[in-house]
Design a binder for this molecule. Structure first.
Ligand SMILES: C[S@@+](CC[C@H](N)C(=O)[O-])C[C@H]1O[C@@H](n2cnc3c(N)ncnc32)[C@H](O)[C@@H]1O
Length: 324
């Protein structure tokens, strides 16, 4: 059982009607079932908007025969389900809870999950039926409501590139792991000088400032045309050009292969919004993240690409926290 604390002064918290209170009388409200340790608006608002609109899209349980998130989770972590029984696991940046669901449905671990945005409301609706095995908080990776050295396992998927200080984010994750515990992260990799030469990085300076409704509306109205154009280039074996210069997510290299036409459209709209709306998008080299994890006090066991679900690839670094 992990103690829940005020992340700003490290004091213990007691449950009161509608919130959690520390010894000094500071109260953190519980809204839509989730304790909130953040100011109402912050740089992750686009994610709060996105995950509440697309609450079920990427949840395996909600898509017939889907094991996409499960495949990604176990390929990224290489964890043994049985081994997680009774363990305290930290998930940082849970979004709508696609991996929250995997941990809760496929293991007997206790999951402590945080996200800086109001995505936690969507995650709560998706996963609260697991009761006390899920402890969910709206909190930043920089101010998590747990003491250091608390967790047996830590994972953080799809988040680090969207934080303002990637290195500090890695340090904060390692800090919460117990000595001997494993930390696993995935992130957008820099593959070479060409990584940032793409429609995404050319258009983001404008699109990230657009209102979320306007941006989503534009993507939604153009989704069918974008998918047709992508398919056209793909047929001509010019998939890489399609991926780089058509302003949409890369269907072949990021999405599940077995989606229906309607599901594919929904995933494309979601993932394209996810490309163009976040305040931060800072990919990193695998060797840089490895170095940062080592500097944070972990011994890196693995730093490379991992393949899952029909040859999709993700950049992964795994480390074990050293004892001091
Ligand atoms: C692309 S989403 C990934 C969500 C989920 N892990 C998934 O793969 O579906 C990135 C998430 O990181 C969260 N995030 C960004 N900065 C954060 C921070 N400082 N602390 C906690 N979460 C953060 C966002 O709110 C968002 O939900």
């Amino acid at each position: 059982m992990v103690k829940i604390i005020n992340p700003f002064n490290k004091k213990g918290l007691t449950a009161i009607d509608g919130g959690l209170r520390d010894e000094d009388g500071k109260v953190f409200p519980v809204t839509n079932g989730v304790p909130r340790f953040v100011e109402a608006n912050n740089y992750t608002d686009s994610f709060g908007f996105q995950w509440n609109k697309f609450q079920k899209t990427q949840i395996d349980r909600e898509t017939k025969n889907s094991t996409f998130s499960k495949a990604r989770f176990f390929a990224a972590t290489n964890w043994d389900k049985e081994d997680l029984s009774g363990k305290d696991i930290l998930e940082a940046g849970s979004g709508a809870g696609r991996f929250t669901q995997i941990v809760l449905d496929h293991t007997k671990g206790n999951l402590y999950s945080i996200d800086y945005s109001d995505a936690v409301s969507a995650n709560y609706r998706n996963n609260a039926h697991h009761g006390d095995r899920l402890q969910l908080f709206q909190a930043s990776i920089y101010d998590m409501p747990f003491p250091d050295n608390s967790f047996d396992k830590v994972f953080c998927f799809g988040v680090l590139q969207h934080t303002p200080d990637f290195k500090k984010s890695v340090q904060c994750l390692v800090a919460k792991a117990k000595p001997g515990a494993e930390i696993v992260v995935d992130f957008y990799p820099i593959k070479g000088w060409y990584t940032r030469i793409s429609a995404k990085y050319m258009l983001r300076p404008f699109t990230k400032k657009m209102s979320h409704e306007k941006l989503l509306g534009k993507i939604d109205r153009n989704a069918n045309r974008l998918i047709r154009t992508y398919r056209f280039f793909d047929k001509l074996k010019l998939g890489m050009i399609a991926h780089r210069f058509i302003p949409m997510c890369d269907i072949n290299r990021t999405l599940p292969a077995n989606l229906s036409k309607e599901e594919l459209r929904e995933w494309v709209v979601l993932d394209t919004f996810d490309m163009f709306s976040p305040a931060y998008d800072n990919p990193q080299r695998i060797k840089t993240v490895k170095k940062w994890m080592e500097e944070s006090g972990a011994e890196v066991q693995f730093a490379d690409f991992v393949t899952y679900a029909n040859n999709l690839r993700m950049a992964i670094v795994r480390g074990i926290k050293k004892s001091k």
